[in-house]
Design a protein around this ligand. Structure first.
Ligand SMILES: Cc1cc2nc3c(=O)[nH]c(=O)nc-3n(C[C@H](O)[C@H](O)[C@H](O)COP(=O)(O)OP(=O)(O)OC[C@H]3O[C@@H](n4cnc5c(N)ncnc54)[C@H](O)[C@@H]3O)c2cc1C
Length: 224
């Protein structure tokens, strides 16, 4: 397990799971043959698989969530609309946001059909919080490109990323710069996926301004 997004130490089993080549149950049984549940690695890995199963449980009991916020109080967010929304969305898809970590991740998904969980969380946060775009647009885009598409996990990930689903916090706004410093300090990920002629110097929207707009959009008055 690991948070190094450049050289992920994760299992990359999501494609096999999504295509039904193996089940969570088989994986857990294999792990428990070799490890005790209290081994840190085993416990962490099983807990990841439980997220997958948990999202399936949520979707089974709340099928309307496919297109609706799980949290009823978050159903009136005024997502950006019109021409500006379409321009922002296209820039996000085309890896032209000017946030290097986001643009690298969006290149990765095009080139490989996969993205590290950390990168998925950051791109979802930037699309919904910084750009104010409806999470359903992101969910649809991921649906069209992910090799490991799992409708329940994709929906759960997007609802989490947009702070409208399973999450006790009222809102999480990832700072793309500090996320880059934390998870790609040597810019290895960026160098791997950003094209050599990438020359965007300014972000599509200043992070501080975007943050303030997001808090207003979510109708939250949080100073921190
Ligand atoms: C916006 C967004 C969209 C996502 N869409 C999908 C999707 O369509 N399909 C998909 O399988 N996962 C999705 N995820 C969850 C997660 O990103 C991937 O499961 C993980 O990156 C797959 O890599 P891995 O197999 O190396 O994971 P590992 O870390 O090795 O984990 C092992 C397995 O546990 C499960 N798992 C791990 N983390 C999560 C998680 N946060 N939520 C649900 N299950 C998890 C997966 O089945 C994974 O294969 C999404 C997350 C976000 C934030």
């Amino acid at each position: 397990m690991g948070e190094d997004i450049q050289k992920p130490l994760t299992s990359r089993m999501s494609v096999a799971l999504a295509w039904g080549l193996i089940s969570s149950r088989t994986l857990i049984n294999k792990i428990l043959k070799k490890h005790s549940i209290s081994d840190t690695g085993a416990e962490t890995y099983i807990s990841e698989l439980i997220w997958r199963e948990f999202y399936k449980y949520i979707m089974y009991h709340n099928p309307h969530c496919m297109n609706m916020e799980l949290q009823t109080k978050k159903r009136n967010i005024m997502w950006r609309e019109g021409k500006q929304a379409k321009i922002y969305f296209q820039k996000w898809i085309q890896a032209q946001t000017g946030y290097k970590i986001i643009d690298s991740a969006m290149h990765q998904i095009i080139q490989t059909g996969w993205m590290h969980n950390r990168a998925r969380m950051i791109v979802a946060s930037v699309l919904t919080k910084n750009l104010g775009i409806d999470w359903r647009w992101g969910q649809d885009y991921f649906r069209s490109v992910l090799l490991d598409l799992d409708e329940a996990s994709n929906n759960g990930g997007w609802q989490w990323g947009a702070s409208v689903g399973i999450d006790p916090k009222p809102i999480r706004i990832f700072n793309p710069y500090s996320q880059q410093e934390r998870f790609d300090p040597d810019e290895k990920y960026i160098k791997k996926y950003l094209p050599k002629d990438y020359d965007l110097k300014e972000p599509i929207i200043d992070h501080k301004i975007a943050r303030a707009e997001a808090l207003a959009r979510y109708n939250l008055n949080i100073i921190k």
